[in-house]
Ligand binder design. Structure first.
Ligand SMILES: NC(=O)c1ccc[n+]([C@@H]2O[C@H](COP(=O)([O-])OP(=O)(O)OC[C@H]3O[C@@H](n4cnc5c(N)ncnc54)[C@H](OP(=O)(O)O)[C@@H]3O)[C@@H](O)[C@H]2O)c1
Length: 317
């Protein structure tokens, strides 16, 4: 397992991380198996959000409740892993998300809830889940400062933010924002497509994210890629999916060459980009976790990287 320097700092973590979004309705036993599989594969970073899981009995946050219980069963100590969670989405009493809310009150409440549900003493990182149009940067900075001073949170970041939104928040905050978490993978390549089609007029030339890839490299932030095996937004995985024969053929060819799984090749494709991203996988299947983690140690050639990009249905002008 290779590591990544988060946000260009000396904080190094595995460059494949396990997201716990899908733990909400799993048994605690199954969650513990996923945690153990991740640990055995060299993954030392877990990603969460205060809203993950909406178990009928436990409600919003059930993923973190299950994680906390499973952690005890897994035998891992707090020094074995980093834990990051996200906040800033408000859910009403029916557990429905009705607004984005980056107010100080909401952020402080979010972190307290995360610590209570997981049973952890502190978070290694806390991230604003989505950009709130009514965000007051000074208020977020005040919340972050308080969270850090109290020892509840060590580092901070954002998710689904564009460069201007990052710069706005950063302008109010003395510490550096270390991560931006966005969807990226072989079937979600908008951040690349527009770069290939600069100054052209087709759909692929549309800049959907404000040049985020270049911005994070210039500012030494780490992109954490969510849903790396999904097409669409949670439409399903493209791995072994008959809808994507060309991509699966290319994945299979390289899987055979490197003697790993298709998951590993899909992970290696993300990690081959020089932005040094961190891949957030979300499978809860121990075999798929091990398969995916193996991608950390594969370095694709430039040609293989481009072949996969094209096999995914993209084009070069
Ligand atoms: N910031 C944000 O807005 C945001 C949004 C979404 C997600 N996230 C983060 O990203 C993490 C990962 O998201 P994700 O779970 O959507 O990512 P993912 O790893 O792309 O997708 C996981 C899904 O793909 C399936 N899968 C993976 N490999 C497979 C294979 N070989 N064959 C069949 N099915 C396979 C898994 O099923 P099995 O479990 O059966 O393997 C699971 O249903 C989340 O846990 C969360 O931490 C962040």
């Amino acid at each position: 397992m290779q590591s990544v320097k988060i946000g260009g700092t000396n904080w190094t973590a595995s460059n494949v991380a396990l997201g716990i979004m899908r733990m909400g309705t799993l048994s605690v036993d199954a969650c513990a198996k996923a945690i153990q599989a991740a640990h055995e594969a060299g993954i030392n970073f877990f990603d969460s959000a205060d809203i993950y899981g909406n178990d009928p009995q436990l409600g919003r946050g059930s993923s973190e409740i299950h994680f906390g219980q499973a952690l005890k069963q897994s035998g891992l100590s707090r020094d074995d892993f980093y834990f990051q969670s996200k906040g800033g989405l408000y859910a009403n009493s029916d557990n429905k998300i009705t607004r984005y809310d980056s107010s100080k009150e909401q952020l402080l409440k979010s972190v307290d809830g995360i610590l209570e549900r997981t049973g952890l003493d502190y978070l290694d990182s806390f991230v604003i889940h989505r950009p709130d149009a009514l965000m007051e940067p000074d208020e977020v900075a005040a919340a972050f400062d308080e969270l850090q001073a109290s020892g509840k949170v060590r580092h901070f970041g954002v998710s689904n933010f564009n460069p201007a939104q990052i710069a706005l928040l950063q302008s109010a905050f003395d510490q550096r924002l270390l991560v931006d978490q966005v969807q990226f993978g072989l079937k979600h390549t908008g951040m690349l497509d527009f770069g290939f089609h600069t100054n052209m007029t087709g759909a692929r030339s549309v800049d959907h994210d404000g040049g985020l890839l270049e911005y994070v490299r210039l500012h030494k932030m780490t992109i954490q890629t969510w849903s790396p095996f999904q097409y669409g937004t949670f439409a399903g995985t493209f791995i072994n999916n008959d809808q994507f024969p060309e991509l699966n053929q290319e994945l299979a060819k390289l899987a055979d060459k490197y003697q790993v799984s298709k998951n590993a090749i899909a992970v290696a494709w993300i990690l081959r980009h020089p932005a040094h991203m961190q891949v957030l996988i979300g499978t809860m299947n121990p075999d798929h976790i091990a398969d995916s983690a193996a991608g950390s140690d594969i370095t694709l050639t430039k040609q293989e990287w481009y072949d996969l990009y094209l096999a995914a249905g993209n084009e070069l002008p």
